[in-house]
Design a protein around this ligand. Sequence first.
Ligand SMILES: Cc1cc2nc3c(=O)[nH]c(=O)nc-3n(C[C@H](O)[C@H](O)[C@H](O)COP(=O)(O)OP(=O)(O)OC[C@H]3O[C@@H](n4cnc5c(N)ncnc54)[C@H](O)[C@@H]3O)c2cc1C
Ligand code: SF4
Length: 509
Amino acid sequence: MVARLILILGDQLSENVAALCAADKDRHVVVMAEVGDEGSYVPHHPKKIALVLAAMRKFATQLREDGWQVAYSELDDTENSQSIAGELLRRADQYGVSKVLVTRPGEYRLIEALEDCPLDVEMLEDDRYIASHAEFEAWAEGRKALRMEYFYRDMRRKTGLLMDGDQPAGGKWNFDHDNRKPAPGEVTFSGPMQFEPDDVVTEVLDLVEARFGNHFGDLRPFWFATDQAQARQALAHFVRYGLARFGDYQDAMLADNQFLYHALVSPYLNIGLLDPLEVCRAVEDAWKAGDVPINAAEGFIRQVIGWREYVRGIYFHEGPDYPHRNGLDHHRKLPAFYWGGETRMRCVSKAVAQTETEAYAHHIQRLMVTGNFALLAGLNPAEVSEWYLAVYADAFEWVEAPNVVGMSQFADGGVIASKPYVSSGVYINRMSDYCKGCHYKVNVKTGEGACPFNLLYWHFLDRHRDRFSNNARMGNMYRTWDRMDEERRATVLRDAEAFLDKMSSGETV
Ligand SMILES: Cc1cc2nc3c(=O)[nH]c(=O)nc-3n(C[C@H](O)[C@H](O)[C@H](O)COP(=O)(O)OP(=O)(O)OC[C@H]3O[C@@H](n4cnc5c(N)ncnc54)[C@H](O)[C@@H]3O)c2cc1C
Ligand code: SF4
C-alpha cells in the first residue's frame, strides 16, 4: 500500500534532495510532472525548458533503476492537468493517499501553490545549500548592512575551503583586486564541454519545439549536459582547461566569444545535477595540486559559497514582496531590443544575441551591459526581472530576483548593493571589444554619435541626486558632474531625454 507521495520538482534532480532522503522505496511513490504552467508562467527560453525536461526524464529513469516507483507525467499526456498542484491531486486520487512530502521549492509562487493544495503537504528544508535558513538568519540578526563579504568569510570557515587553520589561504580572504583584467587578445579555453543530444534529449527537443517554439531563444543547437555524469564531465573539463584563467578574465567581455573562461555550471547547480560543495572541492583540489593560481580558485569559490548562498539567504530573508520592489520608482517599459529587436548599441545587441542563441551571458554582461542599461534608462524592474527569469537557463527566482532586483537594479533600496552598479561607456570599453565597430562613439559625450551609456549615466545621477548624493561611495561622481559647466550639463540631460523618448516611441536607438 502506498503511504504517501514524494514530489520531486524540476530543479531538485538529486538523489540527496531532502524529500527523497526521508522517503521509503517500498511505501512511497515519487511524483514528477512536466506541466505547461511551469514552462510558461514567464516565456522561458526553449533551451532552458529542454534542459529541465530532459534532465527530469533521465533522473526519473535513474530513480526507477534504483528501485523507486515513479509516477511521471509527460507534458503531452492527455490526462496531464498542466499544474503541479493538479498533478498531485490526480496522483493522490490514483493511489488513494492524501499525504505529500516535498523539499521546499525555491520560489514563493510554488510554495504558495503547495500550501494552497488541498492535500496534507509536508515541506522539508532544502539542504543542498551550505547555509541553512537558520544560519543565514543568525548571521543577519542585528546587522545594519547585510554585506556578502562577511557572510562569505563565515562560509569559508564553515566549509574549511581555502583555509589555512583559521586563516585564509594565501593570506587574504579576497583576491578580487587581481581579477579585473580586460579582455585577452587570445582565449585559450575552447569553452564549456558540449554534448550531442541522445534519444531522450532529441525527443524532448521535438516536444519543446512544438509547445514552446514561439518563445524567445534558439532551441538548437542544444548541447547542455542533462544528467549528473555529464555535468560532472563538464565541471572536470572546466577545472582542467578553463579555471586557471577564470580569475584574471572574470570581468572581461568579447563580442565573439560568449564564454571566455567561465564555467557554465550554474544551470547544472541550480537543477541539482551538481552539488555546490563538490564543485568547490574540485576547484580547491586543482589549487592544492598547483594547477591553478589562488586568485582563480578563490574567485570561483567566492561566487559559489559566497554570492550564490548569500543571494539565496537574502531572497528568503526579505520575503515574498522582494521580487516586486521598485525602490527607485522606475517605470519605463522594456524596449523591444531586449527581445531581439534592433539596436545600434553594439554591446547590448551582442549580449542579447548570445542570450538568444545560448540562454547564457556571463555575470558582467548581465550586470554591466543589459542590467546597467536598464538601470540607467529607468526601466521597470519587474519587467527587467521577468526578462532575466525567462531568458537564462540558470534562472530560478531565488537566485535571479536578488541578482536583478537587488544587485543590478537597486530596486531593493540597497539591501544587497551599497551603491548602484552604474557606469558610462568607459567601463564597457575598458573591459570589452564591443565599442570597436559600434554605431555610437564611446569617447563622444554629447551630440551626434554620443554613446547612450555616457548620456544616461549622468541623467541617472542627476534624477536620483536626493537618493545618492550623500552616498560616500558616489561623492566623486557627483563632484565631477557638478564641476561641468551648466550649459554642458543641460546639453547632456537634453540629449539623454531625447534618446529615451526615441527609444520609448519604438524608434531604433
Ligand atoms: C543581473 C544578473 C542576473 C543573474 N541571474 C542569475 C540567475 O538567474 N541564476 C544564476 O544562477 N545566476 C545568476 N546570476 C549570477 C551569474 O551571472 C551566473 O551565476 C553566472 O553567469 C553563471 O555562469 P557560469 O556558471 O559560467 O558562472 P561563473 O562565472 O563561471 O561562476 C561560477 C559559479 O558561481 C555562481 N555565481 C556567480 N555569481 C553568482 C551570483 N551573483 N549569484 C549566484 N551565483 C553566482 C554560479 O553558480 C556560477 O556557476 C545573475 C547575475 C546578474 C548580474
Ligand atoms: S559605444 Fe557605447 S553603446 Fe556602443 S558598444 Fe560602446 S558602450 Fe556600448
